[in-house]
Design a protein. Structure first.
Length: 151
């Protein structure tokens, strides 16, 4: 593993343990040259999971796309990075446990919104406004009414 600080390829594992999600291993490392410590995570490589987009094209699943959408929705909201990662882990657990190796963006978006609704209401409305492509203010107000019924 290359040191992210100095680029040296000689690093030593100081500590290993299961990560919070129990699906990966957290390794604490130290660089043998600069002495700085850093953490890496090791996950099992799975069969590529395909996402079916709105225009019916397919592309490999990319966690960072979900992460960027959630981070934009949670901007300046009281949501920690840990909470965002836990939410993404929950979404992935839900979609990866299916028998199919393909999932639509609609299914992913609905799953994210379902989990965001419980986490942070403003982030949920922000995400929904982009995901559902609200065309006018009335659509936005209808979504807010649905949210208020839910709570």
């Amino acid at each position: 593993m290359k040191c992210p600080f100095c680029g040296n390829e000689n690093t030593k594992v100081v500590d290993s343990r299961a990560a919070e999600d129990n699906y990966s291993i957290r390794r604490r490392r130290i660089c043998e040259v600069c002495g700085k410590r850093f953490t890496t995570y090791e996950k099992v490589e799975t069969i590529p999971f395909m996402v079916i987009k709105k225009d019916n094209t397919r592309e490999p699943y990319d966690r960072s796309k979900i992460e960027s959408g959630i981070l934009r929705a949670c901007h300046k909201r009281p949501v920690s990075v840990t909470q965002v990662n836990q939410l993404i882990d929950q979404v992935e657990a839900e979609i990866f446990t299916r028998d199919e190796k393909e999932v639509t963006t609609k299914e992913i978006g609905e799953c994210v919104m379902d989990k965001l609704k419980d986490l942070e209401a403003v982030a949920y409305v922000r995400f929904a406004s982009v995901y559902r492509e609200f065309k006018d203010v009335n659509t936005f107000v209808d979504e807010l009414k649905n949210l208020l019924k839910y709570n």
